[in-house]
Design a binder for this molecule. Sequence first.
Ligand code: FES
Length: 172
Amino acid sequence: MTALESFPWVSVLTGAILLTLFLGLWVWSEHRFDPRRGAMEKADGTACIRGTCGDAMEISLKFSQDRVVDAKYWTDGCRMSGLCGATAAKLALHKTPEEIGDIDHSAIEREVGGLPEEDIHCATLAAGVLQEALRNYLTQDNIRERVSKDPELRTVDRVAGALDKRKRSKES
Ligand code: FES
C-alpha cells in the first residue's frame, strides 16, 4: 500500500464537511439571532446611508438620561457590513453623544480584530451611519436616507458642529 492510499481521505473529507456545516450554522445563527439586528420603533436618532458599494445600512439609537440604552442596525449588505453595523451599534451602547462622536472606522476595525483592506469601507460606512444617527438625535434633522461617497468624512464635521452647539447651549 502506498503512502497516498493509506492517507485517511474519508476522515479528512468528513472533517472538512462537518467544519463547513458548523461554520455555516454559526454564521447563520449569528445573523438570525443577533438581537441588535433589525429596525427600532420610536428611535431617538436614526440614519440610513447607502455606500458606494450599493449596500444600505441603518442604525437606530434610543437614549435615556443622555446615554444610549438601545442600538440596532440593519443592512442589506454582505456579512462584513453586518459585522461592522453590529459592532458600531454595540460600541454605541451606554455611551453619551460625546463618546459616540469618537467612534470612527478605526474603533470598529479594532473591535472586530482588524479587517482586510477590501473590507475597510464596511467599517467606514458603519461609522458614518452611526455618526449620522447621532446627528439626527442631536438636531432632529430627519433625512432618512442618503447616498454618500464617504459617509464618515461627510458626517463627522456635522456631528462635531452639533456637539459644539449642544455644549454651548449647556454652558449658557
Ligand atoms: Fe458594502 Fe461592505 S460590501 S458595506
